[in-house]
Write a protein that binds this ligand. Structure first.
Ligand SMILES: Cc1ncc(COP(=O)(O)O)c(C=O)c1O
Length: 452
């Protein structure tokens, strides 16, 4: 398929374009109608209840005609830009041809699986397809139980793995985990150096947290630990990037203890962190990798891939679901993987991310309430604190900066006192620069509001 590779290019002067104060009257009316029935919106929506009408490349347009720069990609999903022409074309073809045939093989499914297996790390070629990230996380956990015959899992403080019942048991986020965790699910302190649970300093600590984890597994586990399940960079936790030797140390720990390593790349996969897989940044090969979000650029498509020598057990864990691996999902997935290759998306993510990171470091020097800026590739974050010495989280400022920037035309993602940035990986530097100017101005406004 031929399409203009500059399809998403826009004049930097054309964005943002706020025609009426947002959320405008049409947004308010639509949101009120939806909210009457739809309960439990995310904080991303509650703090700025706008209604969207369309998306094109790196912009979003709301119901009142306001045009925003997209620094969210939905929620780390539309990595290739909204409505990428190749993804649209593949999807349209299969939407008109065959929407569902349970888990029977189709040509498009065979093509997608071949393509995916060609880009997964090492020999992680045993694949099952699902729709939601949490489904694939749970399926990976079932696989780990089947392979090891064990049922306990360790995950980390701040981890998010989804909202189904086992996924919340390996998740820390408070509102998803009301009530006790499922039996055998343990949370451990992680290698988050800015808020080290052990009050240590990296690298002098010698990764004390990994030694503590080993102890915890020995003391709390009951010789029934199947796997460590982790995000390689935490998303919802606040764009938490671990030191370079952390993941390799966890891999070694798993090998030493004879347990599996499941890396949840639902959020970090498919070039988001400047490599095809986040684990590629650290030279680590997990036993199971879980993927979603950017895998099909918006069509609900997720999967997990497992080492070839472990695939036997998958035959006993039927992958069939009503929608997993349907022709539309396979088509959107294949188109996305092809675009990642054809448009050098991995390199573009690394280069755009490095550009933004440099600007964020400069921004940090100019603002008293920025505690830390962090990220890898185009998975980026700013942590706001009341005081850079005490590192006390500045929750109120987090909300306000998010709202002020949104009202100026920047669609992005809050997480308490953390501001999360996830631009489409096709964004030009000039557009990112405008987004960063909005953030800079918004932090200045909020600092003044709070008397800094
Ligand atoms: C790391 C990670 N795992 C799993 C999930 C769950 O995915 P889904 O919302 O598609 O169920 C998410 C969602 O944000 C995620 O970030």
């Amino acid at each position: 398929m031929h399409y203009d590779k500059n399809w998403a290019k826009i004049d930097p002067l054309s964005v943002p374009d706020m025609k009426v104060p947002a959320p405008g009257p049409r947004s308010k009316e639509l949101h009120k109608r939806a909210e009457k029935y739809m309960k439990g919106y995310s904080s991303q929506v509650k703090l700025f209840p706008v209604a969207f009408e369309s998306g094109h490349g790196v912009t979003l347009t709301d119901a009142d005609g306001n045009k925003y720069i997209d620094f969210s990609s939905g929620i780390y999903v539309t990595n290739l830009g909204h409505c990428h022409p190749k993804v649209v074309e593949y999807l349209q073809k299969y939407t008109a041809q065959l929407m569902n045939c349970h888990d029977f093989t189709t040509e498009i499914k065979a093509l997608f699986l071949e393509k995916l297996a060609s880009v997964t790390p090492a020999n992680l070629n045993g694949i099952q397809m699902y729709c939601a990230g949490c489904e694939s996380v749970e399926a990976a956990m079932r696989a780990a139980r089947g392979i090891t015959g064990k049922y306990e899992f360790f995950s980390f403080y701040g981890d998010f793995h989804g909202k189904t019942m086992s996924a919340v048991s390996v998740t820390q986020v408070a509102d998803s985990t009301t009530g006790p965790r499922a039996t055998g699910m343990h949370l451990a302190p992680n290698g988050h150096c800015y808020h080290c649970a052990f009050d240590k300093k990296y690298p002098e600590c010698g990764l004390f947290c990994v030694k503590a984890l080993e102890k915890q597994i020995q003391m709390e586990g009951t010789d029934n630990v199947a796997a460590i399940l982790m995000e390689p960079i935490q998303g919802w936790g606040g764009s938490i990037v671990y030191p370079d030797d952390y993941l390799p140390a966890i891999r070694q720990l798993c090998d030493r203890l004879g347990i599996l390593l499941i890396v949840d790349e639902v959020l970090t996969c498919c070039a988001r962190t400047g490599k095809m897989w986040c684990v590629d940044n650290y030279g680590v090969i997990p036993d199971i990798i879980v993927m979603g979000k950017g895998l099909a650029n918006g069509f609900p498509t997720t999967a997990f891939a497992i080492r070839e020598e472990m695939t036997e057990v998958l035959e006993k864990i039927s992958a069939s679901t009503s929608y997993g691996g349907n022709p539309m999902a396979a088509a959107a997935g294949l188109a996305s993987l092809e675009v990642i290759e054809e448009e050098n998306i991995v390199e573009r993510s690394a280069s755009l991310g490095a550009y933004i990171m440099k600007k964020l470091h400069k921004m940090q020097e100019d603002h008293k309430i920025i505690g830390e800026v962090r990220g890898k590739g185009c998975l980026l974050g700013i942590e706001l604190v009341k005081d850079t010495d005490t590192r006390e989280p500045f929750f109120e400022a987090g909300k306000r900066v998010y709202q002020v920037a949104f009202s100026k035309g920047l669609a992005w993602i809050p997480a308490n006192n953390n501001l999360r940035m996830s631009p489409p990986l096709i964004m030009e530097e000039e557009i990112a620069e405008k987004a960063l100017e909005i953030i800079d101005e918004s932090i200045t406004i909020v600092e003044k509001e709070f008397g800094y």
